[in-house]
Structure formats: structure tokens, C-alpha cells
Design a protein around this ligand. Structure first.
Ligand code: GCB
Length: 597
């Protein structure tokens, strides 16, 4: 799916702003979609609705919420194909226009669009969106379906409270706040009636040159033309006629981590035109190495979240720019879009900044310790949606040079139900490979399971693992943590595959200090990372370290969380903790390539 673009053939109108808003219930109220809302609240778009007001009902809402705005379409555009595109609405959306259903979309982190021709009228058009924030076994991320599943064993004295007094709420089976709303920009855009629908670019490095395979899909009839431009705007190759083929870029300038270089494929089709940027770089897993442009790459960076004060999970470009700047300040070169596909704006930024990205689906929470043995088999609804999300994510992100690997899930239960989880994930792993024209490596990020039983992780192209020795296991005992990690690394060494530690970290209250490193202090966080890194440095097959997390972030309330998850190297406001300075010293001295030859 192409990112909307303003150019000589296409108009683009951003509907961001303050919309009308009302909270609803678990039942869809069509009246709130057909007619202007009565006594609406104000609500900014794009952003989560949860933190924009100072009321518990907004923060803890369950079910539908309604957004409305009006727009007019300039007369000059009315002969064009007119589209409306939502960057993301979390977790599900139903969109109505002028009192009629326009489209529905399930899944909170990917774009969807609908054609407006024949539906828009002169003057004001009423656009209404019902947003459903509920998470359950059919959604990704996964929610528990009842308090029972969440709390495990029935505690009889409290049963009646649970059954009668507890208001309906989400029980997320994941550790980030279930922010909801219209999270990314809503845009109207036009194309000519005969238009370019999609572009796939697959560049391959051939010595000093590059062969750039392309596949363009168009609707209607028209002359097709493709021109490749270098970063200075000079034409480097050209093709006419065929919708697919290959072009050569002589003396190619590679896209490299930390040294981005972007080409542009300008496609013309009849009256339409679209400019698709791309980078030329190779990605390959060879034995226990992860190669970018044929050289062994070392991932230095963090797992992240799209999370900030007030915006919640809403797209926040200044914050994105700042986060990349802080990563570079620390010498980081990469991050994972934990635990959902991030905004297209962020990926465009990473393409330009030379930041390496592991793109992740929202498949988090696929582990239910209290459920029965074969629960993977009960996940048929999830599995179908999971496949759709993989397809849609790759369709959206396939051309980004910054993305070097797909993570199709975070921390499913791959050990206690090893056979059934393998049966669940292997077809999805194959699907991701089939869908990606660039055929990047695919992984499932696994957790502190009994790794001896895990048959999913070793079946992936790269073994990605989240490890918390020194926190959830052997908390406060760094000697034991060290031993556990060393024993485990000796085990993975035999698999002869590259390993990335995709999460490791400890909760740290900023400003809390102690002479002897105690849990929750800044000293403990730094000491923990020193101990772990000394081990990771000994193993050549460990090709990356991603701390958990880049910054502190919001979660549900709970005994384990002091106003959110505090494992950030930065606070939620992006002030460095002591450990960020430690990593700055470390990472500025670790090269992107050839760290462990
Ligand atoms: C994990 C999860 C991440 C949590 C983290 C933690 O393994 O992948 O979502 O936030 O642990 O801090 O517990």
C-alpha cells in the first residue's frame, strides 16, 4: 500500500486537528455515527484519547468511542479518484460517511483506506469513526477474555465482587498501556482515475553496480514509465512500457547503517505519477553472522514503544526525531518496533537517518499460563488475523531499506507447548518469506521459557531472545544471573545461528541511588548491563544487544509497575538515566561492522 503523496498528479489533505468526541459502551450505537454527536467533547487527532482529559473514564474506557469531523472536497478535485486513508486506528474501526457505513478495519497498527467517489457531496461531509479498544483472543495484541483468565485460580471470597461490582474492562495480556484512538494521520488524497496502485522494489548489489527489479501494479490503461534518480536528483536509469523488469544502477551508492543513501523511483502511468524512495543494501544470514552489504553487522540499540505523555500512542514526529537523535547520541544503530508496526513516518525517518529496524507485528500476548495444554489449537481466530497482519505489514513496509528483518511475534509460549507452537508459527514464518519481495530474514522473539524445550526459536533465521536473569529470575543476584546467562549461551552456541538479545533490562527509578547496587537503583541498572555485556562479548554468535527499553513507558496499573514500566535507559520525558551514559561509552566504541569477526 502506497504512502499518500502530494505531487503534480495527486492532491493531499490532512484532516488532523481537534475533532468531536464521545465515549460509548460495548454496544455499537449507530446514532453516534449517523448524526452529529450531542454535547461532544473535544479530542485531538492523531493521538490516543486516554490521556487528553483528566477523567478516569477516558483513561480506563472499555468498548467504543466515537469521533466526528466534517470536511469539504474542493470542486477542482471532484473529477479525481478521492480516497480517505487512516494511518492507524486502535484496535478496530468502523468508518461512516454522511450517515452510511464506509468501511471497517480490524487491527490497531496498520493503515486502511476507502474510496469516496459517489459518497462525498458538495458542502460539508460528516465523517464519523467508531473506535473499539477491546482486546481478546481474536485480536493482536491479545487480551484475556475475563478476569478469571487474568487472575488464575478463583479466590472465592472475592468472586462476587468480580462478578457483580467489577465494571467491564480490558485485561491486556501484554505489558504496555492499551492506548486507543485515531493514532496516526487521517488523510484525503486523490489520484487520477487510472492510477498507480503499488510499487515493489528489489535491489540487488552486483559488485559495484546494482540490479533493481521492479514490479508496478496499475489500475486502468496508460503508458508506463520508470525513472531512477540518485540522491542529487540525477537520472541513473530508465525504463518504458513493462510493469515489471530490472534496471541497472552503475557504480551504486549503498544504503549503510549510519550512512543512508536513498534513490527515488519515479513512476509515471498515464496522468498519474508517484515517487518511491528506496535504498540499495543487501541483508543475509550466513552461518552465525548477520550480514548487511556483505559485512557482519552488530545490532546496538533498544526495544522501543510508541509512547509519550499526552499523545499516548499517537504519532509524534518531534518525538520520533528526538528519539533517533538520542539513539545516535548513544552510538545505537538499530531498534525493534516492539510490539507492533510503527508509523510509516517513523520508518521514513529511519530510512533517511540510516537506522536499522526489526519490524514486528502486534502478535504479543500469545501465552496463557493458566489455559489448557492445546490452547494454540483454539487460536484459529487469532491465527487467521495473524496471517493477515503479516501480509499487510509486509505490503506496507516492503520497500524500506531500514527494515532488515521481520519479527512475526513477541514472546509466545514456545516451550510449554512446543509442538503446537511450532505448528502455529512455522506456516506464519513461511508466509512472511513468501510475502516479502526482498525475502528478509524472519524471526519469532522468544522469552525466558524453558529454552531446552523451545523448537520454534532454533527454526528461525535469527534466534531472538528476551532475557531477564537478574530481574524476574535471580532478581538482585547478579552472580546467579551471570551463571544462568553463561550456561544458556553455551547451549545456543551449538545451534550455529546468530543470536540477538532483543530485550534485557531492569526496572530503574530515576534518581534512586545506592552505594551498593540494589534493585531499582540506577547503579543496579548499570551494573546489571555491565555483567550481561561482559558475557555477551565473549560469544561471536551474539550479533546484537537491544536493551529493554529505550525509555520508560505506560502500562496497566499493577504491583509490578511503579507508574509504568521503568526499564528505560531514558525517562519517559527522554532524560538519560546513568545507564544511558554507560551505553554511550560502550556503543560509541563498538563499530557497526566487524565487531565480532
Ligand atoms: C518482556 C516483554 C515486554 C515487557 C518486558 C518487561 O519480556 O516482551 O513487553 O515490557 O518483558 O519489562 O517485563
Amino acid at each position: 500500500m502506497l504512502y499518500p503523496q502530494l505531487n503534480e498528479a495527486r492532491a493531499l489533505i490532512d484532516l488532523s486537528g481537534v475533532w468531536q468526541f464521545a465515549l460509548g459502551s460495548e454496544n455499537l450505537e449507530e446514532e453516534k455515527l449517523k448524526k452529529p454527536l450531542e454535547n461532544p467533547e473535544t479530542m485531538a487527532v492523531p493521538a490516543s484519547y486516554n490521556d487528553q482529559k483528566a477523567k478516569e473514564q477516558f483513561r480506563d474506557h472499555y468498548g467504543y468511542a466515537y469521533y466526528q469531523t466534517t470536511f469539504q472536497v474542493p470542486r477542482t478535485l471532484q473529477s479525481e479518484r478521492i480516497m480517505i486513508r487512516f494511518g492507524s486506528v486502535t484496535q478496530a474501526a468502523e468508518v461512516w460517511l454522511n450517515g452510511e457505513l464506509l468501511c471497517k478495519h480490524k487491527g490497531g497498527f496498520l493503515p486502511f483506506e476507502a474510496e469516496l467517489n459517489g459518497k462525498v457531496r458538495p458542502g460539508d461531509n460528516l465523517l464519523a469513526v467508531a473506535v473499539d479498544n477491546r482486546v481478546d483472543f481474536s485480536t493482536l495484541p491479545v487480551g484475556n477474555e475475563s478476569a478469571q483468565a487474568m487472575f488464575g485460580e478463583e479466590l472465592s471470597p472475592f468472586d462476587s465482587v468480580k462478578k457483580t461490582k467489577v465494571k467491564p474492562k480490558n485485561y491486556p495480556n501484554f505489558d504496555f498501556f492499551n492506548y486507543a484512538g485515531i493514532h496516526r494521520p487521517v488523510k484525503l488524497y486523490t489520484t487520477p482515475k487510472q492510477y498507480i496502485a503499488d510499487i515493489s522494489i528489489v535491489p540487488e548489489v552486483r559488485d559495484k553496480d546494482a540490479e533493481v527489479a521492479y514490479d508496478i501494479s496499475c489500475q486502468g490503461e496508460g503508458e508506463l514509465e520508470l525513472i531512477l534518480l540518485d540522491e542529487a536528483g540525477n537520472q541513473v536509469a530508465e525504463a518504458k512500457g513493462a510493469a515489471s523488469g530490472a534496471l541497472t544502477i552503475p557504480s551504486v551508492h549503498l544504503w549503510e547503517p549510519g550512512a543512508a543513501y536513498l534513490y527515488t523511483a519515479v513512476v509515471k502511468f498515464g496522468a498519474d505519477t508517484y515517487a518511491q524512495t528506496f535504498g540499495v543494501r543487501s541483508v543475509e544470514v550466513k552461518e552465525d553472522k548477520f550480514l548487511i552489504n556483505g559485512k557482519p553487522f552488530y545490532f546496538k540499540g533498544c526495544g522501543k514503544h510508541e509512547d509519550s505523555e499526552v499523545h499516548g500512542r499517537g504519532m509524534d514526529e518531534p518525538l520520533n526525531v528526538k528519539d533517533i537523535a538520542l539513539m545516535k547520541w548513544m552510538g545505537a544503530n538499530s531498534f525493534r518496533t516492539s510490539h507492533y508496526p510503527y508509523s510509516e513516518e517513523m520508518l521514513n525517518l529511519c530510512d533517511r537517518e540510516g537506522i536499522v529496524v526489526i519490524g514486528e507485528t502486534p502478535a504479543v500476548g500469545l501465552n496463557f499460563p493458566n489455559l489448557k495444554e492445546d490452547w494454540y489449537k483454539d487460536l484459529s481466530r487469532t491465527k487467521e488475523h495473524h496471517g493477515d497482519v503479516i501480509k499487510d505489514m509486509i505490503a506496507r513496509d516492503k520497500n524500506h531499506p531500514s527494515i532488515v528483518m521481520w519479527s512475526i511475534a513477541n514472546e509466545p509460549d514456545t516451550a510449554a507447548r512446543s509442538e503446537s507452537s511450532y505448528d502455529y508459527f512455522k506456516p506464519l514464518y513461511d508466509l512472511a518469506h513468501e510475502q516479502d519481495p526482498q525475502n528478509r530474514p524472519v524471526t519469532v522473539v522468544v522469552c525466558n521459557n524453558d529454552y531446552l524445550k523451545d523448537i520454534v526459536a532454533p527454526a528461525m533465521d535469527v534466534i531472538c531472545m528476551n532475557r531477564y536473569y537478574g530481574w524476574y529470575i535471580f532478581g538482585g543476584d547478579l552472580d546467579a544471573a551471570k551463571q544462568a546467562m553463561t550456561i544458556e549461551m553455551e547451549y545456543w552456541k551449538e545451534k550455529k545461528k546468530p543470536v540477538i538479545i532483543t530485550e534485557y533490562g531492569v526496572d530503574t527509578v530515576p534518581g534512586l541511588h545506592s552505594a551498593v547496587p540494589n534493585m531499582f537503583t540506577e547503579e543496579y541498572q548499570t551494573e546489571y548491563y555491565k555483567v550481561m555485556n561482559r558475557i555477551l562479548d565473549q560469544y561471536a554468535f551474539v550479533v546484537g544487544e537491544h536493551t529493554w527499553n529505550f525509555a520508560d513507558f505506560a502500562t496497566i496499573q499493577g504491583l509490578m509497575r511503579i507508574d509504568g514500566n521503568k526499564k528505560g535507559l531514558f525517562t519517559r520525558e527522554r532524560r538519560p538515566k546513568y545507564a544511558a551514559h554507560y551505553f554511550r561509552d560502550r556503543w560509541l566504541n563498538i563499530p557497526d561492522f566487524g565487531y565480532k569477526n
